[in-house]
Structures are given as C-alpha cells and as structure tokens.
Design a protein around this ligand. Sequence first.
Ligand code: CMP
Length: 135
Amino acid sequence: MERTLSIIKPDATAKNVIGQILSRFESAGLAIKGVRMMNMTSAQAKEFYAVHKERPFYGELCDYMTSGPVVVSVLEGTDAVALNRKLMGATNPKDADKGTIRADFGDSIGANAVHGSDSLENAKNEVKFFFPELD
Ligand code: CMP
C-alpha cells in the first residue's frame, strides 16, 4: 500500500472535469483518503515546487498554480505512485498516451490538468505538505 498526492490544476477545474478525474482514480482502484479544493498562495506554490526553482519555467509554473482553484487529494492503493503516473500520462499532453488524463484534459505542458508525486519519497513529503493531519 502506498499513498501519493494528486493536484487537479486550474485548467482542469475550469473545465468542470474534477469529478471525471477523481472517478478515474477510483475506477483504477485508488481510494481517496483526503480531498480539498483550494486556491494556492504564492508562498505555497513556491515551496511546493521548490525542487524546480532553478528551472526557467519556475516563475511561470508558480504563477499558473495560483491562477485559479486546484483540488488536492491523497490517493491510496497498491503501487499508488506509479499507478497515478500511469493514469496521468506524460508531462506534455502532446506526448501522453491515448486515454490518459493529460491526453484527454490537458492543454499544454504547463496547463497539463494534473500533478502527481514522482517518487514514494516525494509523495510522503507532498502528502504532509497539504495534509499534515494524515501523516
Ligand atoms: P507537474 O507534474 O506539476 O510538475 C512540474 C510542472 O512543471 C509540470 O507538471 C509541468 O506542468 C511544468 N513544466 C514542466 N516543464 C515545463 C516547461 N518547459 N514549461 C512550463 N512548465 C513546465
């Protein structure tokens, strides 16, 4: 059993597909152990994405993640980290396999519908970041 963090990004919340995305997680066998709709503050976005702070897109990424509501959730299941990443598809929706969340709902590399933890270690930190009560 693993836990991972998912974020439904502003492009997807604006498209009214929150339920469809959460449903994909549940249909694949992931249980939603925590879920919250929120507006990320600039400080939260900067801290959450601090691993990318040297990347040229860091500022754009933080601005984007604070541009509208997001839905953060904790997903639990067997191999949850890898399973969630498989459901999401490649970072750039153009490269994402057919039927994945990013292929179906993403618009661009920045507005790519969802974020998901990329390793078990990062998942632990990311879950704690938004859901300290579940740690
Ligand atoms: P995410 O899974 O949220 O993790 C980091 C994000 O940075 C990634 O999804 C993309 O949305 C974003 N990203 C990655 N590469 C680029 C890029 N070249 N330009 C803008 N955003 C990017």
